[in-house]
Design a protein around this ligand. Structure first.
Ligand code: FE2
Length: 272
């Protein structure tokens, strides 16, 4: 892939297709003047595709934003930090889990990945690591970011990692996005009850937890949005396994009258 041309009016967002038809969550943004921002990045198996994508944009990531330390969100980054091969990362933004109860709240393997990631961050002397909190705002080359939700240790017993997704709003004068990560029902309810509920308005909404069993119907009814980003493999989008609730969520969205959908299993999505 060659260097991709960019609109001079607004940033470009790509929703990357999974390379292994699984639930990797991966977005790349290029600003008007060529700054590169990555949201999550997907599984380790997707690292080579992601590296190639970043290389085509210049080989430097100005800001890498992590929603939460589940393997489908961070293991591509963990692998690239292990073996950067010239990849440069200037800043990483995340919401660091501050209690062992939260870090250990799921499986041992998940806690191990989380601790490895935190160890990499602690050792990375050439990367600025920003621990984010709700209300924090930053701007990168005309693109604005606001953190709406962070780690929620009170949900250490209830879907802890997903309910601790860092929710991020991103916008400029032309368009806006909200990335929900894998936010669950409880985290979504807390966000609706918070002082940041008024920020829940955007053009493009990344569907929570790959579009199934994430935030509840009330959450989607409350957020004002016009289009859906689905970081969903075929088998999740089509609810091909009995316990998947994607069909129910798609029904809620249909009831809202929203018809504009971008689905990662249909290929690379580019939004200008
Ligand atoms: Fe996920």
């Amino acid at each position: 892939m060659g260097v991709v041309a960019c609109s001079k009016e607004s940033f470009v967002l790509w929703q990357l297709p999974s390379q292994v038809d699984t639930i990797g969550n991966s977005y790349v943004i290029r600003t008007v003047n060529g700054k590169v921002i990555v949201m999550d990045g997907g599984f380790e198996a997707e690292k080579d595709y992601l590296r190639g994508f970043i290389d085509a944009l210049g080989g430097k990531v100005d800001a890498w934003i992590i929603s939460h330390p589940h393997d489908d969100h961070i293991t591509a980054l963990v692998a690239l930090l292990d073996n950067p091969k010239g990849l440069k990362i200037e800043k990483i933004y995340h919401s660091r889990f501050s209690t062992d109860a939260l870090i250990d709240g799921e499986s041992e393997s998940t806690a191990q990945i989380t601790r490895k990631f935190y160890s990499q961050l602690d050792k990375a002397t050439d990367i600025v690591v920003v621990d984010c909190h709700p209300g924090d705002e930053f701007e990168i080359d005309g693109v604005n970011f606001k953190i709406l939700s962070e780690q929620n240790p009170e949900f250490a017993q209830r879907n802890p990692y997903n309910n601790s997704s860092m929710v991020v709003k991103m916008w400029d004068r032309e368009k806006s996005f909200i990335f929900l990560g894998d936010l669950g029902v409880e985290g979504g309810q807390k966000l609706l009850d918070s002082q940041y509920a008024g920020d829940l308005e955007c053009d493009y909404l990344q569907m929570a937890h790959h579009g199934q069993a994430g935030c509840d119907k009330k959450f989607y009814e409350t957020v004002k949005f016009r289009a859906c980003l689905w970081p969903s493999p075929t088998w999740v989008y089509n609810a091909e396994m009995g316990q998947l609730r994607t069909a129910e969520v798609r029904g809620w969205i249909k009831e809202l009258g929203i018809t504009e959908h971008y689905v990662s299993n249909e290929g690379l999505v580019r939004i200008e």
